[in-house]
Design a binder for this molecule. Structure first.
Ligand SMILES: Cc1cc2nc3c(=O)[nH]c(=O)nc-3n(C[C@H](O)[C@H](O)[C@H](O)COP(=O)(O)OP(=O)(O)OC[C@H]3O[C@@H](n4cnc5c(N)ncnc54)[C@H](O)[C@@H]3O)c2cc1C
Length: 397
């Protein structure tokens, strides 16, 4: 073991959440050590879909790592039934996580972060003036520690031991293809609500081919491999493709229970001098499993709040949790409610609603895409849906 090295902030995990926090902290002049289990560029099981509103929180040069911009979303219930939303402005951007995450880490390095790759944190101990982080190579002291170590977070396990939160199973595969079928997906993303029993399947366009996957969003649905096989077999555009065996990874979606109680987020994102960001904090949209936007944004919020808190002699980091609740709290609660409708009722109900009320149904999908673009929020989408549903009753009374 080498000597104890001290930093203002130690970040465990250098994915989108950790790298974004590191950048923010270094910009403010704090010393930052990022510990990363793997070595960038590394493969990450992920669809790589970024909602276009990511533009409001990243500088324009992130476009250098974009694989494709999505201008058309297809929501399908099977090969014959689908609803299309098109937009002149991008609805989403597609990235390969190896390149996107590398770009974020490079940004943090340029800002002054020290990053140790291939050096996983193995143990954490709370001290009166900070937290000790151990690895197989050394031990470090941080005045503050950020847990940005993803869905299986060691920081959450060791420093937030009473959290018992839900993770949903998901699978993803990438196909390399220049076939006409794959080209049909250029600038187009497919969300198939027929692909999983209580979840969805996706096909996302990449420069070299397609990303394909499924996620099961309701407790007890633990057969994503079966869903994946059925989805790829039934989807006509994938019929002739060679699809490598998918890789699995859990998605730690926002939990409806305990949700947000007494000003705390799902049992807490702050514990003394430790903060959780991104997947480690279960900051994932429970409707479609979008997590990258929230990872970047929570990393930024943690960074700015730590900078402010460390200006005080006895720092308190609760403002980070309040900021997360303010920005994502109501949004995730509504997303969770919508998730119960989308995955809770039979698919035939969606088909029936779509056929009987095509205009309003298309309108909701359009507004959902508007939300991905940052023009709407879940709150405005929900309010409009409620007003629309009440209209016939108001007219009658
Ligand atoms: C199949 C699948 C598809 C998905 N598709 C999408 C999508 O299309 N769009 C979207 O927005 N989200 C998607 N997500 C969710 C998205 O991948 C995550 O929300 C996002 O990666 C969270 O970023 P993060 O930085 O919090 O964690 P991660 O990206 O998981 O990064 C955590 C980092 O911590 C490192 N680490 C772990 N343990 C340690 C340790 N002990 N010490 C040091 N380092 C450690 C890891 O190596 C990793 O680099 C998908 C997830 C899955 C599973």
């Amino acid at each position: 073991m080498t000597a104890f090295q001290s930093y203002d902030v130690i970040i465990v995990g250098m994915g989108p959440a950790g790298a974004s926090a590191a950048y923010e902290l270094c910009q403010a002049g704090l010393s930052v050590l990022g510990l990363e289990k793997q070595s960038h560029p590394r493969y990450k099981v992920c669809g790589g879909g970024l909602s276009a509103r990511i533009e409001s929180i990243l500088p324009p040069d992130f476009h250098s790592v974009i694989e494709d911009a999505v201008h058309r979303m297809i929501f399908s219930y099977g090969p014959k039934e689908s609803y299309h939303v098109e937009s002149e402005k991008p609805i989403a951007y597609m990235v390969m996580r190896s390149c996107f995450d590398q770009w974020l880490v490079d940004r943090a390095l340029h800002a002054g972060a020290v990053v140790h790759e291939d050096e996983p944190a193995t143990a954490l101990t709370t001290l009166p003036d900070g937290i000790e982080v151990r690895t197989a190579k050394s031990r470090y002291h941080g005045r503050v520690v950020i847990g940005a170590d993803g869905a299986m977070s060691l920081v959450a396990q060791q420093l937030f031991p009473h959290r018992r939160l839900r993770k949903i199973p998901a699978l993803e595969s990438e196909i390399l293809s220049h076939s006409p079928e794959a080209h049909a997906y250029a600038k187009t993303a497919l969300i198939s609500l027929n692909a999983a029993k209580k979840g969805y399947g996706w096909i996302f366009p990449k420069k070299q081919g397609l990303s394909i996957g499924v996620g099961e969003f309701v407790r007890g649905m633990n057969q994503p491999r079966q869903s994946f096989q059925q989805f790829t077999r039934k989807e006509p555009t994938l019929a002739e493709q060679v699809i490598p065996s998918p890789l699995g990874h859990p998605i730690p979606v926002f939990n409806r229970s305990p949700g947000i109680m007494n000003g705390r987020w799902n049992n807490g994102l702050v514990q003394g001098r430790a903060l959780l960001v991104g997947d480690a904090g279960h900051l994932v949209d429970p409707l479609l499993g979008e997590g990258i936007y929230y990872a970047v944004r929570s990393g930024q919020l943690a960074g700015t709040n730590i900078v402010q808190a460390l200006q005080h002699s006895s720092p308190c980091f609760d403002n980070y949790e309040h900021a997360v609740i303010n920005e994502f709290g109501r949004e995730f609660q509504i997303a969770s409610r919508l998730g119960r409708v989308v995955y809770g009722v039979p698919r035939s109900w969606h088909r029936w609603v779509g056929k009987t009320f095509p205009g309003p149904y298309q309108g909701v999908l359009q507004r959902y895409c508007g939300m991905l673009q940052g023009q709407e929020t879940y709150q405005t989408l929900w309010d409009r849906m409620m007003t629309r549903m009440k209209k016939p009753f108001i007219r009658r009374s």
